[in-house]
Design a protein around this ligand. Structure first.
Ligand code: SF4
Length: 308
């Protein structure tokens, strides 16, 4: 899909404005608007209440989660408790606070913010779904678009959003349903989905990652899928299922692929909070076939060999 010069310019302009502002802060050439500080405090307060104020138990179809694997959403609907380490809360809170900082930076950088944290709703085939979009920005050409702010790990920033990642790559691997989420917000407010403004939580770098859907073809496809998903999830008799299979762990010896005798959970399940429900015998262990000094931790559905 071709990108027009004006579309590239608006994306580049937003990034340049942000980078320029941050450079001026380092040089001591800025002052801080008290009104923007108040908005930042308000955003942080909302983040703290949302993350530490008790988690919502009631199941609802949300735009933010509809693109996730359906098996996960069915577990949620059935009230299965998600297993989370205590430190998850710290990560979620850091994420929300980082996003609040990004909003402050954008306000101070003079980005034309039309609205933010807007509650939106949509009827999909007779089913009502809701969500909260992050921000609507008016670009240099006067076009208002919906943007999502993401705080990303160093790995996700480099591999999912920039580098070989980005919109096209995400279309083939989007376990958190970010693209569907964006198109649902965009449909709810009748504006294009611009993409993601991403902050690297580790380095502080910022990227503006645009969606290249100038014909609207992708949006139609994602909305059609969203309708099917809502219909499926609204069935009162929807049953839990496990669509993924575990895989043999292998390593190479003299060019030959050898099995360790172990089986690892598929990537989707390894990342999922319901794994102890779907894979009750799964155990976490350092990667058996790794030569790294600090081997990665991996979820095994079968762990017969602990060392090779
Ligand atoms: S553990 Fe795997 S199969 Fe189970 S809900 Fe999660 S992703 Fe789906």
């Amino acid at each position: 899909m071709k990108t027009t010069i004006s579309q590239q310019t608006s994306k580049m302009q937003m990034l340049l404005n942000i980078q320029d502002y941050m450079t001026k802060v380092i040089r001591g050439e800025t002052s801080l608007s008290p009104a923007n500080v108040d908005l930042f405090v308000e955003d942080c307060k909302k983040a703290v209440i949302s993350q530490l104020g008790g988690r919502e138990r009631e199941y609802r179809i949300r735009m933010s989660g509809l693109g996730k694997p359906l098996c996960q959403q069915v577990c949620d609907k059935h009230g299965i408790e998600e297993t989370m380490q205590y430190n998850s809360i710290m990560r979620f809170l850091y994420g929300d606070i980082t996003e609040a900082v990004m909003m402050l930076v954008m306000r101070e950088a003079g980005i034309d913010i039309v609205d933010y944290q807007r509650e939106v709703e949509l009827d999909l085939d007779g089913h009502h779904i809701t969500g909260t979009l992050d921000v609507i920005i008016r670009d240099g050409a006067g076009v208002e678009k919906v943007w999502d702010i993401k705080s990303a790990s160093d790995w996700a920033f480099k591999n999912k959003f920039t580098g070989f990642g980005g919109y096209e790559a995400m279309k083939t691997d989007d376990p958190f349903g970010y693209i569907m989420q964006g198109f649902l917000y965009s449909e709810a407010v009748g504006m294009p989905f611009g993409g993601w403004i991403v902050v690297n939580k580790s380095s502080g770098e910022v990227a503006v990652v645009e969606t290249y859907d100038w014909t609207g073809e992708d949006k139609d496809k994602y909305l059609a899928d969203a309708k099917k998903r809502v219909k499926f999830l609204s069935d009162p008799d929807v049953a839990m299922f496990r669509p993924y299979t575990d895989e043999f762990e292998t390593y190479k010896r003299k060019g030959e692929l050898i099995r360790t005798g172990n089986k690892v959970l598929p990537k989707e399940c390894g990342l999922c909070g319901y794994k102890t429900h779907c894979w009750p015998r799964a155990v976490v262990h350092t990667r058996v076939n790794s030569k790294a000094k600090s081997p990665q931790m991996v979820w095994y559905s079968r762990l017969k060999t602990r060392e090779i």
